[in-house]
Design a protein around this ligand. Sequence first.
Ligand SMILES: [Zn+2]
Length: 487
Amino acid sequence: MSQIVNSSEWENRWKTIDNVMQSMLDDFAKINEDEKKIWQTTLESSIKCLKNFGEKQFKFFCEGFRDNWLVTSQKYSAEYALRRTIDQISFDLSVLQRAHAQRLSSTSTDQARDALDRADRLAYKALEPAMAEYLNEETGDTIQFLQKTAIITYFQKSTAVRVVPYGPIAIIGIPFSCIDSKKNPQDYLAVAHEVGHYVFWHARVNDTPLHVVLRSEMAEDPAWRFGWLEEIFADVYGCLVAGPLIARDFQDLMYDNLDLYDDDGLHPIAVLRPWIYSETLRQIGEFDISQGALDSRWAKLLIHRVKAETFTPKNPVANEPTVTLENARSLLQETIMQILARLQPLLPNFKASIWSKETDAFNKEQIDKLYDTFKIKTLDRIKKEKIGNAPEAVDRQPVKAINPNNPEVGEVNLPVFRAVDGTVPEPVPDDNTIYWRVGATKDPWLDFYRGVSDNNIKLSPAIWSTLLNDTGWAVGGPEGDGNPLGG
Ligand SMILES: [Zn+2]
């Protein structure tokens, strides 16, 4: 007997969502291939991959509970898995729909489309240091930390990333205030932190996912720090990409929090996050002057807020209901050093393309200068008029190599993401296309578990709930109310 109370209702839900995706694909198919813009091909390919992956995931659970090779428990019902799957597909679809509508000339302004194009390139620039190849000195092998990745940005309430398992695509939400990049350049900076979340889930150390390596290297005690690992990584990564300016920006982002000592179990408490940025600068031995200026700016801001020397962790250690900030800082420092050790071979790349420079103060004049530099040397230079050109015509250039002698890296050549149904073509060295087979997943064990129906194996709730929740597919809504997610 099926373990699903009402299968046909769930199947109808899936079919309806599937039809929405199909009609979007039908619209894309009407556009002449040669006239498609980079974002159109990238979005079309993403929807193709979501549709295929969503179907496999939905069927895996639906058939598994129907034919009883997935086992439910009192805690984990079949409906829990189906609801979560339908939600994940719907959240991704809603984000891709927004990204689409926000780029159509009929539903958006030139300025808004320009901002999204800029954000795509900025996010790609933030990923570039992790995508560069480096030499493993022990084995002599060339290693790519992160495979080449396409970008889709869209406007929403605040900056956040959606991590998806069905293709090398980073889907990043940016705030609407980015539309005016001259007035609000600071609102682009958090993109560097969000890209850090993507790298956390998708980079590999030899053949092991980075998040697995970092977790295995970290003591599970205290639990509160273990729960913060992903966010600490994203902060360190963002700091390496954007330098003192993002460190200063995060002070402002934290300052507007209601409670600077509140632990949500995922993010380091707000009062400590600016310190993660200045400590990262200290650990890499750069920006000696900024470090001090940043710390004193944060200390000055804190004079106006409630002050405490301890906080209450959401996940406390037995007999230790509160933790001193001093203790927390020393454990955070350990984690920052552990993360930097893993990023060590890439540090020259970060250094070569960093978005901001040393400064001796964070007064208004200095800040205006830093933002001007960021606007002129980063936000404006990455922009290259390609809209309206066919991808074939504009993508025949290699990704610009990072030259450590020329830190002012210029334009960003955004890659196009092309999902194909059959065999993936051999990559052409001077082409900037990311080919991907529709149906391929980034995590091979997803496919492994999907094969169990053929082998008469039963999967316990512990196993299938891991498959549902811990593969890097965001389970919360796009506004940042779930995990794993940015924000
Ligand atoms: Zn985050």
